[in-house]
Design a protein around this ligand. Structure first.
Ligand code: NAI
Length: 309
């Protein structure tokens, strides 16, 4: 018996890295899995069915059930076809893990329109599109008086919720995904569907070079194996997680935390005259919590917003 016995999952970008681990772990917990992956390079170029096919073969070798989907999450109709493939093949769709992603890091002044559009499309639209198709399906089921079991697990990033240099495109998409998750959680609560998001840190094709590649400290790749991201994800997909929704989990290896969202901090009254605002803002800044570092903790140091003006 697994915690996902009989459930049907779609994992996007499941041919490699974190998505592959999601698919393998969910299958090992009893889920039937649609393994989606376009199979392009890390910047989003090209396509190759092999990675998704290999993951399906691995699942079948361990006695599980899975099918390949080679669609592009950023194309609305292809996202719809992924959801439909789950329903046609396994009779339902219960779990959507929006994980597919690409990276095109540039400083703002060097970023092309295409770098912006491609990253926003794969991450942000690629989260909306499968979720929208599944949400329509779940709502119709509920209206027909049928039981609904629905889970959406999205993939944000420390870059989106804390902020990382060189990633205005990626971080904006990831912050959007975090906001999308909070709002969709509220909208789908009446159908019993939960929506949560992940802010992972893991060793993968996307990050290995940024973390030192072959020169990385011994044991780092293992300590932050993408398998760790699949543990909380599989649990969030399970029946026991029914009351966990609208949360963002920061995962770094075995360390799991909840990233707390924006809150209104100190407040003050504005002056009529903008010339008199300096002391008002200085007082607010002295009371406000610092923005987080990429570690998620209060940040101090050169290059970061200070507490005073
Ligand atoms: P990865 O590059 O190993 O895997 C991403 C997969 O998505 C690839 O197999 C790729 O073919 C697929 N993909 C890309 N565009 C697609 C599209 N349009 N349609 C379908 N599939 C597509 O990267 P990794 O690290 O496993 O990333 C997974 C997710 O986790 C991404 O959303 C990434 O932004 C996010 N993430 C990863 C972090 C890390 O430390 N590895 C940190 C924060 C977020």
């Amino acid at each position: 018996m697994g915690i996902l016995d009989g459930k049907v999952a779609l994992v996007t970008g499941a041919g490699r890295g974190i998505g592959r681990e999601h698919a393998l772990m969910m299958a090992s917990e009893g889920a039937n899995v649609v393994v989606n992956d376009l199979g392009g390079d890390a910047a989003g170029g090209g396509a190759d069915a092999t990675p998704a096919q290999d993951v399906v073969a691995e699942i079948e070798a361990m006695g599980g059930e899975a099918v390949v989907n080679g669609g592009n999450v950023a194309i609305f109709d292809e996202a719809g076809a992924m959801v439909q493939q789950a329903i046609d093949t396994f009779g339902d769709i219960n779990i959507i893990v929006n994980n597919a992603g690409i990276l095109r890091d540039r400083m703002l002044f060097s970023m092309s329109e295409d770098d912006w559009d491609a990253v926003i499309a794969v991450h942000l639209k690629g989260t909306f599109a499968p979720s929208n198709h599944a949400a329509k399906y779940w709502r119709e089921k509920a209206k027909a008086g049928e039981d609904v079991y629905g889970r959406i697990i999205n993939t944000a990033s420390p870059s989106g919720i804390y902020g990382n240099v060189g990633q205005t495109n990626y971080g904006a998409a990831k912050a959007g995904i975090a906001a999308f998750s909070l709002i969709a959680a509220q909208e789908l609560a009446k159908y019993g569907v939960t929506v949560n998001c992940l802010a992972p840190t893991a060793w993968s094709r996307m990050t290995a070079d940024l973390m030192g590649g072959d020169n990385a400290p011994d044991g780092l790749a293992e300590a932050i194996s993408p398998r760790w991201i699949a543990v909380i994800t599989s649990w969030l997909a399970s029946p026991e997680a029914q009351n966990v929704t609208g949360r963002c989990f920061d995962i770094r290896g075995e360390n799991l935390g909840i990233a707390e969202g924006w809150h209104l901090g100190p407040v003050a009254k504005q002056t009529d005259d903008p010339a008199d605002m300096g002391p008002v803002v200085a007082e607010l800044m002295s009371k406000a919590r610092l923005n987080a570092s990429m570690a998620g903790t209060d940040h101090e140091g050169p290059g970061f917003p200070s507490q005073s003006i």
